[in-house]
Design a protein around this ligand. Structure first.
Ligand SMILES: [Zn+2]
Length: 334
């Protein structure tokens, strides 16, 4: 798979330009997921490596840019969970690929310490191009303490001119020592008009885009990802009523992590409505008339506690049913 050479969203383009004007050898791009951390970090790494960069980013034409687009740049080291490397089309090292091909183990959801050690070795080799080396860590919160500590010294005193770009949507999960060695950039949220126009250009029709943009809570890449999952505006709008009838609805379409996050959005709106405030993610006509503040608050606490274990379900089917049953209870009036 090739790196997408589609133009960056305008708000990411503005952020790229400002990052390129600033000094710094290690940037941490942070903010809620769905704001384009991966796209911005890629564009920054590509521009750093480009032989003829513009103020607005990489030239897109030089051998370095072409190598980057093919995911074969010799001066670029990506540190990602194997699951991310596979889905984003970044090559794995030979040994890892062999182990996965032989089904000796499943792709790791975390950044493995072996990969961090390879990165340290990479940073000590002589770089080939004229623009130094780049280490791209995505997402940095998928490093455990051992992996993060392996990285620390190189991050603090990079040999030669190695630069780092890290992404995260859970900055609180990073070691403070990692955070303190990076300059932080808070991902910007586009305004409604800009995001809706961009979603249209990406092929999301206006009537779909408006509902899903609202559902996203202001995260344009979330909308695109969900449209790719097959989510429609109608499914989103009808979901609260389906849950109230005891049907799982969307939960069957979404990943457990996304399903739980969507339940939290619904719960947020039930709480808001029960306290006389406006809902944020759903339109009022799609929500129960008078939800109970007590039930909604109780459910919110339960959902919060589930977040920590969502990636390790004992039985995905049972879990989904249990969540649907619980949602139905929460939506009853007092
Ligand atoms: Zn270039």
């Amino acid at each position: 798979m090739l790196e997408s050479t589609a133009p960056l969203a305008p708000w990411l383009q503005r952020q790229l330009r400002s990052l390129l004007m600033r000094q710094g050898h290690a940037w941490l791009l942070q903010g809620p997921s769905g704001l384009g951390q991966y796209e911005l970090a890629s564009a920054l790494a590509k521009a750093w490596l480009c032989a003829q960069p513009h103020d607005d980013g990489a030239c897109g034409l030089c051998p370095s840019c072409l190598g980057f687009d093919r995911h074969t740049h010799a001066d670029l080291c990506t540190l990602m969970p194997e699951t991310h490397s596979l889905s984003l089309g970044w090559p794995l090292d030979e040994k890892t690929q062999q182990e996965l091909d032989d089904k000796k183990r499943k792709p790791s959801k975390d950044i493995r310490v072996e990969a961090a050690r390879q990165m340290v070795a990479f940073s000590q080799t002589t770089h080939l191009g004229s623009r130094g080396q780049v280490v791209f860590i995505h997402p940095a919160d998928r490093m455990n303490a051992i992996t993060a500590n392996t990285l620390l010294k190189t991050l603090e005193e990079p040999p030669g001119d190695t630069r780092f770009v890290l992404t995260t949507d859970s900055v609180h999960q990073l070691l403070p020592t990692i955070r303190s060695r990076c300059q932080s950039h808070a991902m910007q949220v586009p305004d409604d008009a800009e995001a809706l126009a961009w979603l249209n250009v990406q092929g999301v029709p206006s009537e779909q885009a408006e509902v899903l943009w609202r559902a996203s809570g202001g995260r344009p890449n979330w909308v695109l990802d969900r449209v790719r999952d097959g989510l429609s505006a109608e499914q989103w709008s009808q979901w609260p009523r389906q849950l109230a009838r005891g049907q799982a609805g969307l939960l069957e379409l979404l990943s457990p992590t996304e399903g739980l996050a969507s339940l939290q959005k619904l719960c947020h709106d039930l709480l808001a409505l029960s306290l006389g405030a406006a809902p944020r993610f759903f339109q009022p006509q799609h929500l129960p008339k008078s939800p109970s503040p007590r039930r909604a608050a109780l459910w919110a606490a339960e959902l919060q506690a589930l977040v920590r274990h969502v990636e390790h379900p004992y039985n995905a089917g049972l879990q989904l049913q249990a969540w649907a049953v619980r949602a139905r209870l929460a939506m009853r009036p007092d």
